[in-house]
Design a protein around this ligand. Sequence first.
Ligand code: PGA
Length: 254
Amino acid sequence: MVKDRKLIIAGNWKMNKTAAEALDLVNGIKRELANVKEVDIVVCPPFTALAGVSEALLNSNIRLGAQNMSENGPGAFTGEIAAPMLKEFSVRYVILGHSERRQFQKEPDDLIARKAAAAHASALKPIVCVGETLAEREANITEKIVGSQVRGSLAGLSRELVEETVIAYEPVWAIGTGKTASAQQAQDVHAFIRGVLSEMFDDATARRVRIQYGGSVKPSNARELMSLPDVDGALVGGAALEARSFADIIRNSI
Ligand code: PGA
């Protein structure tokens, strides 16, 4: 099926890979995917590997992303990284509000919204993550939870900026567990999110926003997930740590 939104497939390396290991991985990914133009490909290494990976990606078809950033500009915020520091390394995307940060760093929606605004102010495209826990799905409150995460995390964005934002729907129970949402479960939530965007903005804007699926995406399930009408890409964790499996996910999605 031909969609009018270009697929975007991003590897979230999480807290994995030293700078040296990251170079090996990105060089492998470059070799595997040198000729792919049909998909926007993004790799998101840890901060300490950004400089090296950035240099390795000069003149390539693969874009660089970070995994988090501060909502503040440069200043007295020990341990934080500001958007202009990412820009220096040609970072184009930044993952915000990943469920691991929502859980372990207690990041709330309004903080994620401030980070998204700060990212846009530096022309970085945020990848804003949302998703319900297993307990929330079993309590039949998936739409309530995901709806309020979308509204809260995108609060204050203009139509123009939301079109430059990627949303990643990642059911928490599917992350790193080997359990993937079924095609129907993924499509249902993606369509729901697009409906929320229509209400917040308008139909035309909602149709232009790319919504990735994340949670145990692998070469064997990528084709089915990526062919769903409202799924516009993937945010890949474990399977993005090996060049061949990340490349196979992308090849299987075209
Ligand atoms: P996973 O992680 O592919 O290992 O499930 C996805 C993510 O957390 O972004």
